[in-house]
Design a protein around this ligand. Structure first.
Ligand code: PHE
Length: 334
């Protein structure tokens, strides 16, 4: 009698294994553990056994019933899982590639600018965006009543602390830290209280500084000419227009031949044929005094350019605010 319940068990497990859809599994279930199934029948026939064998056989039959119940449940969930898989996997569908991130155009152009100067032997340095009045103005030879200190341009944190209005304070910070000869390029965010088509309260600058014995305006012109030719192209001419900055003497603004009309005159260059791209000049000896360099031994040049402006000229963008709206349709084009 014991052997026969084991036979029933083996037979039922084989049948469950062979059943390959829900209907087949359910049929096996009805057949073996249903109300009128084989196991029920078996339990009913227990009375035919000798009295002392009945409890053991009954217990075993109930164990087998539980075991079959579990095998049936497992088989049904395996079939369901397979069916779900069948619906989702369509091998004829083209693959879905994961979307890759990329650098913001302003970051890309910053890297391009820094790369060009790195190839010319410049090192990269950075510094704080919240700056003291000393580094932002005083050490850069700004007289106390200079209009650039005016509330209209400068975000003041306190009487003596500002959001840096340019990257030029890094000239002082790097000269305090290193002795000449010096060739450094310094990218970073700057802040001015200004907002329109071509100005945002935060924008990016790249500052350049070269100090050694015998550095001349010719070196400045040579380095910037290489830069413009690499950044735009060899046909892009440039001119030095006399200007003024408290921290350079002499000072010059650099214009490039309009990238749109090539000097003919158009809307972008206000019909002048030229576009201003940066401020520059020979480092004022007062700065050397401020950082403890021998002012009669060293000379140097410095320049500072706006990254967004370069990016706008390079890609023909007419509104600087597009860089900061984070519209993926715009940003995705670079
Ligand atoms: N700091 C100046 C500006 O923001 C640019 C500049 C840098 C000019 C270095 C001369 C030398 O306008």
């Amino acid at each position: 009698m014991d052997k026969s319940i084991e036979d029933i068990k083996d037979e039922a497990l084989k049948a469950i294994d062979a059943a390959d859809d829900r209907q087949a599994v359910e049929a096996v279930s009805t057949r073996y553990i249903g109300r009128k199934g084989v196991i029920t029948q078996f339990l009913r026939n227990l009375s035919n056994l000798p009295k002392e064998d009945r409890p053991g056989a009954g217990k075993r039959a109930n164990q087998v019933k539980e075991l079959l119940q579990k095998a049936i449940t497992d088989a049904l969930s395996a079939i369901d899982a397979r069916a779900a898989g069948d619906i989702e996997i369509d091998v004829s569908l083209p693959g879905r590639s994961a979307q890759r991130g990329y650098l913001h155009p302003v970051t890309q152009v910053t890297h391009q600018i820094c790369d060009i100067f790195r190839r010319l032997g410049f090192d990269i340095a950075e510094g704080p965006e919240v700056e003291t009045d000393y580094y932002n103005f005083q050490a850069l030879n700004f007289p106390k009543d200079h209009p650039a200190r005016d509330m209209q341009d400068t975000f003041f944190v306190s009487d003596t602390v500002v959001l840096r209005t340019h990257t030029s304070p890094l000239q002082i910070r790097t000269m305090e830290k290193y002795k000449p000869p010096l060739r450094i390029i310094m990218p970073g965010k700057v802040f001015r209280c200004d907002s329109d088509l071509t100005h945002t309260p935060m924008f990016n600058q790249v500052e350049g500084l070269m100090v050694d014995e015998h550095i001349s305006l010719g070196d400045l012109k040579g380095i910037l000419t290489v830069f413009v030719h690499e950044m735009f192209d060899e046909q892009t001419g440039l001119r030095f227009r006399p200007s003024f900055f408290p921290f350079t003497e002499p000072s010059a603004e650099v214009d490039i031949l309009c990238v749109i009309c090539r000097g003919e005159g158009c809307r972008v260059c206000s019909h002048s044929g030229w576009l201003e791209i940066l401020g520059s000049g020979m480092v004022h000896p007062a700065l050397f005094e401020n950082v403890g360099y021998e002012a009669d031994r060293y000379t140097g040049f410095a320049f500072g350019m706006g990254v967004e402006r370069i990016a706008m000229l390079k890609y023909g963008i007419d509104d600087i605010r597009k860089f900061f709206e984070n519209d993926m349709r715009f940003l995705g084009q670079f």
